[in-house]
Design a protein around this ligand. Structure first.
Ligand code: FEO
Ligand code: CA
Ligand code: CA
Length: 699
């Protein structure tokens, strides 16, 4: 399965796609309900902040101004990461110099980059190998039946690994090299799951299989020291668990029990069955998993039959305005029919928390973290002990958020500490981000050309939306802020972003990195144009933003920011790689999930490569002389998306989501045969990559 960087193989012809991006139309249909084909639901008239030119007065801004002056005589060096560096960077430069002089392979990024390709395999760098950890249909529960593609049942699927795994997280177990691996099963692609799929007439069993194929899996895994592989544990599987569309969730936080969350099946408004479209996520320091319910709107039918104007407008802001759904679940459970149960959709779109270390625990939906198309949530413990969660709302022209807990984190893994920490996300303050550029608006010309100060950068503020039962938004109760968060954020003038996906703090430097995947609507008639934080019109390739909270305090309400990467083909003058020499970087398009290795390097996976290569995983230093040097670590097979990267010192995990999901392909006409080869059906899987010489990847 492992592949050298360049084996001289014939590349498959590039696939035609009628989608504006590299993403296939069939993926859009099943994954996000064709979000890009509909009007972006944010029609609010938030001001174009670029009109207001402000001088950045932060410590970093002043340093940067000095650095630009100092570098003015050095031509192109003015744009280098080193020239724009804060003291932390300068220290890192010294460290990097020392490492270079001592020949130390410290940062783990010395692999030879993989070249763009359209192969139907997982391609990893020379000297590395890969294998599948678990694939769709493999057993999770001890009594799971063997996977039988042609005779799948809902009962079997509920015990097997679900479909289209996205986020992947590892929670360590005591002892050597054992973990609980938690995977999100974001969505089902029925055409690829059933050879007799009839989109107009799904059977009840097929729908129930789909319910069981959504949700999450908890799988105990361990390192096979003979081979170096990561494998599911064969015994001691007491933690293994499936969470599906019928698993009971507890609704917690300030909006639990709200009238907007009550339905005929749940008059309490506190108990929801299932979780949907779980995209990215994060592991908390207390050993739980946070997972984002993203494109939940696509599962709810008949918003067009809802009479009440307020309800209708709220549904529309979340992308619900049509009739029947693609999957037709509404035929088999009336809760998916908004004409009958208009509040059921309000019970999705949350951050959910799962405790994999307690297989009998009831997972939680956290209302305090707001309701939107949550990509995921990643937390950091601030210096004062409070916990801060960073979050993106993955929609064109939607927003970035953070949540700061009232309580403080308790160290240790005692039962008492864990129970305390598992309550932290119940109370705190929810904020939305407003970004201000520091360059004149006239210098942001929409092409990606850098303004005269050499960077897309500026300052920003976190605007409070609500704190427990107190609303800070005029005309909204606190409950309404939490449940209709998008509308509350519209009111306070939040900044429209280009699809904020993963937003993750670095535990090394406390800065926050956000993947802004793309937004081909930027600048279209009636839509917001280029701004310094979203500087390209028709943004096809996306960018990566770096945010530094004031004084490095993650609870602060002001910050500075800069774009670390403006993605695309480095030969395109409208791209930027942290100031690094663009002849020395890998092309990258549509950043989606981010992760860090133990040295603090940023790893980025892509979704929908608009450069017509397969999606992949990339690594980039964020400190020192190599800041911005993007290198491609792997590519995933044809039609697949790279998700859920986990970077340990010894191995890398990636979720290979929707292999073979190519327009025109189906179970009877598969475009991919990964991972099993031959004439097999493609199966979404978790894959592991490690060095053949068994040396550490980093650390
Ligand atoms: Fe499921 Fe935002 O990607
Ligand atoms: Ca600027
Ligand atoms: Ca994603």
């Amino acid at each position: 399965m492992s592949s050298p960087t360049d084996r001289g193989r014939r590349l498959l012809p590039l696939l035609p796609t009628n989608h504006p991006l590299g993403r296939q139309a069939v993926t859009c249909q099943y994954r996000c309900g064709n979000a890009c084909s509909h009007d972006a639901p944010n029609t609010s008239a938030n001001a174009y902040f670029g009109d207001v030119v402000k001088e950045v007065v932060s410590r970093r801004g002043m340093l940067k101004a000095g650095a630009v002056v100092a570098a003015a005589g050095a031509g192109a060096l003015a744009f280098s990461g080193a020239a724009a560096a804060a003291p932390a960077h300068a220290e890192a430069d010294l460290d990097a110099d020392l490492d270079l002089r001592l020949g130390r392979d410290r940062d783990g990024l010395n692999f030879e980059p993989v070249q763009p390709n359209t192969l139907d395999e997982l391609v990893v760098p020379k000297g590395y190998q890969s294998d599948v950890v678990i694939r769709w249909g493999d057993p999770v529960l001890p009594d799971a039946p063997k996977f039988d593609f042609g005779n799948q049942t809902a009962a079997a699927q509920a015990k097997q690994f679900g479909f289209n795994n996205d986020f992947c997280g590892l929670v360590p177990l005591p002892g050597w090299d054992r973990w609980l691996m938690v995977s999100n099963h974001e969505y089902t692609s029925e055409e690829f799951m059933f050879s007799d799929w009839d989109a107009n007439n799904p059977t009840e069993e097929q729908v129930k299989i789909a319910w069981a194929a959504h949700g999450l899996s908890v799988v105990q895994v361990e390192r096979d020291h003979r081979t170096g592989k990561l494998v599911p544990s064969k015994d001691r599987r007491k933690y293994n668990r499936r969470i599906t569309m019928t698993t009971k969730f507890e609704v917690r936080g300030p909006a639990a029990g709200s009238k907007h969350l009550r339905t005929s099946a749940d008059p309490s408004g506190k108990v929801v069955l299932g979780t949907q479209n779980n995209c990215a996520g994060g592991v908390t320091p207390w050993g739980t998993i946070l997972s984002g319910e993203e494109n939940f709107n696509q599962y709810f039918a008949n918003a067009n039959q809802v009479a009440d104007a307020t309800t209708k407008a709220r549904l529309a802001r979340y992308g619900m305005s049509g009739g029947a759904t693609t999957r037709k679940w509404e035929r088999f459970d009336k809760r998916f029919d908004l004409a009958q149960e208009p509040n059921e959709a309000n019970r999705f779109g949350w951050i959910v928390e799962v405790d994999p270390l307690d297989p009998t625990s009831t997972p939680v939906k956290h209302t305090a973290l707001g309701r939107f198309k949550h990509e995921g949530a990643n937390v950091i413990v601030a210096r004062d002990g409070r916990v801060v969660a960073y979050m993106g709302d993955d929609e064109r022209f939607d927003y970035m958020y953070k949540f700061v807990t009232d309580g403080t984190y308790q160290k240790g893994d005692s039962k008492r500490a864990r129970e305390h920490n598992k309550r932290l996300l119940d109370s705190g303050t929810l904020y939305v981000a407003k970004f201000t550029g520091d360059s004149p608006a006239a210098e942001i010309d929409g092409t990606g050309k850098l303004p005269s100060d050499g960077e897309f950068d500026g300052s920003g503020e976190w605007i409070p939306l609500a704190h427990n039962d107190k609303s800070f938004v005029e005309g909204f109760t606190a409950e309404e802020v939490y449940i209709f968060t998008r509308l509350a954020a519209d009111k306070v003038g939040a900044t429209k972003m280009d699809r904020p996906e993963d937003v993750e703090p670095s535990l090394k430097n406390r800065r926050v990195y956000a993947a802004l995947t793309n937004n081909t609507d930027r600048g279209k008639a009636g839509k917001e144009g280029a701004t310094e934080v979203a500087p390209r019109l028709g943004n096809k390739h996306g960018h990566v933003l770096e945010l530094e909270e004031r004084r490095g305090d993650n609870t602060a309400t002001t910050f500075s920011w800069k774009l670390l990467l403006v993605c695309g083909d480095p030969n395109d003058p409208g791209t930027y790689f942290g100031g690094f020499d663009k002849t020395q970087v890998s092309p990258i398009s549509c950043p989606d999930n981010v992760a860090f290795d133990s040295q603090g390097n940023l790893w980025i996976s892509t979704d929908g490569n608009a450069l017509k290569s397969n999606d992949g995983l990339f690594a980039v230093p964020v400190e020192g002389k190599r800041r911005g040097q993007v290198k491609q670590f792997l590519t995933v097979p044809l039609g697949a998306e790279t998700c859920g990267p986990v970077i340990t010192d010894d191995f890398v995990l990636v979720s290979v989501q929707h292999p073979g999901e190519i327009d025109g392909a189906s179970a009877s006409n598969p475009a991919s045969h990964w991972p099993d080869g031959g004439t097999s059906q493609p199966r979404p899987s978790v894959a592991v990559v490690w060095r053949k010489d068994r040396r550490r990847i980093c650390g």
